[in-house]
Design a protein around this ligand. Structure first.
Ligand code: ZN
Ligand code: ZN
Length: 88
C-alpha cells in the first residue's frame, strides 16, 4: 500500500487493516505474509508520518511525528514514500 497522506489516523489504520486482509495471505506456521496476486513476501517500509491537526485547513502541525511500518508487496507495488502525514 502507499504511505498515507492527508487522511485521519483512524482511516490509515482502517485501510492498512483492509489492505492486509484483502491483499495478503498469512502463514500461521511461520508468521509470514505473501501477496495474493504474485506470491511475493510482504515487506514493511518504516516511514515517518507527520501528525497534522484535523482542526486546521491543509497540512499543519506542531512538528510531531510518528513512525509506522507501511506494508507493501515488492512484486506489484512501488516502495512506499518515506514520509507522509496523518491528521489527528
Ligand atoms: Zn504482489
Ligand atoms: Zn497533512
Amino acid at each position: 500500500m502507499q504511505t498515507p497522506v492527508k487522511v485521519t489516523l483512524e482511516e490509515y489504520m482502517e485501510s492498512r487493516a483492509e489492505w492486509l486482509r484483502e491483499r495478503t495471505v498469512s502463514w500461521p506456521t511461520t508468521g509470514e505474509m505473501s501477496c495474493v496476486d504474485c506470491g511475493e513476501r510482504i515487506r514493511a517500509e518504516a516511514v515517518e508520518l507527520e501528525l497534522h491537526k484535523k482542526s486546521y485547513d491543509g497540512c499543519q502541525g506542531d512538528g510531531d511525528e510518528m513512525e509506522t511500518g507501511v506494508p507493501y508487496c515488492p512484486g506489484c507495488e512501488e516502495q512506499p514514500a518515506k514520509r507522509g502525514c496523518v491528521h489527528v
